[in-house]
Design a protein around this ligand. Structure first.
Ligand code: BLA
Length: 542
């Protein structure tokens, strides 16, 4: 987007959200050149926290602006070895016209190359790996948030605030338990009205998989959202900076002055800032949802975004102090680590279960007194090998099914279609799109996994369309949302749900690579069993 070009629904994935040129006014920002510690760029609202007008502060030593003792404390933290973000917040007391004002200083550093590029370094002034550059200068970015009331806990006891939860997470027996524990704990810690765990699928569509909330709020559990609700550049930023707070969604941004950082001639990169002004489109979305404050924490699998912990406040603005946010972020990273272990455990257990079912079926298939189809449709049976809405088997002249009944003409038509694909394992998760000529209703079979076998025999699993209809209007809270929406409102969870429904229309839950491989293995076992039986039939005929 060109500077000044308005953001709308068609271009918001191009909005450069890491360089908004302004901050949220719950604090103030000062960019100071190193090592001389002279103020080079400030937010216009500087006077709200330090009592000096922004244009007086530019070009002055930091100590003149925030006071000698606070400036020394900042310089000490900034010169310490390692990533200085790990020491945040630096607890300061400013002198506001004779009254002591406690503030949290949150520091990070940006390093520039001689040609004015900003390096994504945040801690010590080290070159980025594999990129031997000589930093020509570095800028210390100082964000000051007033610390209202007593501090909840200082950074060293952040761990104490969450260690009970960490123990619970370590004991959790399932992925769902991990999600639930995290949602409850983040809500207890931060006091948001609603805390959700929001999980992405392979295309970055999201689903609310856990929720902790005030009892009187309607539930968002199980709702789906399209990938565009958190556009790609925002997801990329959230892979680097793991937490963000919008303490008042109706804030007026405070611009940075001057527009460009003199050392680079570019706007200041706010990727690692805590006060970064957020996308106006997103604020509109939140306001339409009745949200007054929002916070989200990245959940990562490796270094890729896996999901978010999303927090809403409805009753007013909400600004948990930095230390509380850091503790919540710590819970998010713990969940991220446990997720990988748990997901691998669950996949391992699933694969073992399938393997044992398959062994059982293979053994049972040796009983030649019993039709093969009957064995396969028993319990355990084919729906335990591959979960689906229905399965139909046609073997040795017997046809039968399990799950939701599927008309035999429909099964036969699917079998003929699969046989034409010339593959041992035929699959699609969007049948109405790839084979419209079959005219199969989406609610019957959007997903098809078929094993064509000799002489027109087959095994076919089907999955119905993924969309579940949600009655937005039936719920009193959602009715309020619907009434506020009227005609003029373009963004809301309900519209967003409709957009999600469009993106997944005519699609079933995808068959996983493991399921496809297991189906292929089953096909080989079936061919062997059929061959053994045909030999016996041949023998008895002799
Ligand atoms: C950001 N969108 C976000 C964020 C969330 C969502 C959690 C992270 C910022 C935050 O913590 O608030 C989406 N929030 C949701 C969803 C739920 C929720 C789905 O609570 C469900 C309950 N957003 C849109 C559309 C656009 C858009 C249509 O819905 C653009 C076309 C943009 N969303 C958008 C942008 C950001 C964003 C640009 C980045 C905000 C920022 O960090 O600057």
């Amino acid at each position: 987007l060109a500077p000044g070009e308005p953001v709308d629904l068609t271009n918001c994935e191009r909005e450069p959200i890491h360089v908004p040129g302004s901050i949220q006014p719950r604090g103030v920002l000062l960019a100071v050149s190193e090592p001389d510690m002279v103020v080079r760029q400030v937010s216009r609202n500087l006077a709200d926290v330090v009592g000096m007008a922004w244009d007086d502060a530019l070009g002055r030593p930091l100590a003149d602006v925030v006071g000698l003792v606070p400036a020394e404390a900042i310089a000490r933290s900034a010169s310490a070895f390692g990533d200085l973000r790990e020491r945040n917040p630096v607890e300061l007391v400013l002198d506001c016209d004779g009254t002591p004002c406690p503030v949290d200083a949150i520091l990070h550093r940006s390093v520039h190359t001689p040609d004015g590029r900003t390096l994504p370094a945040t801690g010590a002034a080290l070159p980025v790996s594999g990129q031997p550059v000589t930093p020509s200068a570095s800028t210390l970015v100082i964000e000051l948030e007033p610390a209202y009331g007593p501090r909840p806990f200082s950074f060293p006891n952040t761990y104490q605030a969450v260690r009970g939860t960490i123990a619970d997470l370590n004991r959790a027996g399932s992925l769902q338990a991990l999600y639930d524990i995290t949602a409850e704990a983040v809500r207890a810690l931060t006091g948001f009205d609603r805390v959700m765990v929001y999980r992405y699928d392979a295309d970055y569509n999201g689903e609310v998989v856990a929720e902790a909330k005030l009892p009187e709020l309607n539930s968002f559990l199980g709702l789906h959202y399209p990938a565009s609700d958190v556009p790609a550049q925002a997801r990329a930023l959230y892979e680097k900076n793991w937490i963000r707070l919008i303490s008042d969604v109706s804030y007026t941004p405070s611009p940075l002055e001057p527009v460009d950082l003199p050392a680079t001639g570019q706007p200041l990169d706010l990727t690692y800032s805590t006060l970064r002004s957020v996308s106006p489109i997103h604020c509109e979305y939140l306001q339409n949802m009745g949200v007054r404050a929002s916070m989200s924490i990245s959940l990562l699998r490796g270094d890729r975004l896996w999901g978010l912990i999303a927090c809403h406040h409805y009753s007013g603005t909400h600004a948990p102090p930095y230390a509380t946010r850091a503790a919540a972020e710590f819970l998010g990273s713990t969940l991220s680590l446990r997720l990988v272990d748990r997901a691998e455990d669950e996949e391992h257990r699933r694969a073992l279960r399938v393997r044992s079912t398959m062994a059982w079926l293979t053994a049972a298939a040796l009983d030649e007194e019993r039709p093969l189809s009957e064995t396969l449709l028993g319990r355990p049976g084919l729906l335990d090998v591959v979960p689906a809405s229905s399965v139909v088997v046609s073997l040795q002249g017997h046809t039968g099914g399990a799950g939701v009944p599927l008309a035999s003409e429909l099964a036969a038509a699917l079998a003929r279609w699969a046989a034409r694909q010339a593959d041992d394992v035929v699959s699609t998760d969007r049948l109405p799109l790839v084979a419209p000529e079959l005219d199969v209703p989406a609610e019957l079979a959007c997903g098809v996994l078929a094993l064509p076998l000799p002489e027109g025999q087959y095994v076919i699993w089907t999955r119905s369309e993924q969309v579940h209809s949600v009655d937005w209007g039936g719920d009193p809270h959602n009715k309020a949302i619907a009434e506020r929406e009227g005609d003029s409102i373009r963004l809301s969870p309900r519209k967003s749900f409709d957009r999600w429904r469009e993106t997944v229309r005519n699609r079933a839950e995808a068959w996983t690579p493991a399921e496809l491989a297991e189906a292929g293995e089953l096909r080989n076992n079936l061919l062997e069993a059929l061959y053994a039986r045909s030999r016996r039939v041949a023998r008895t005929a002799l």
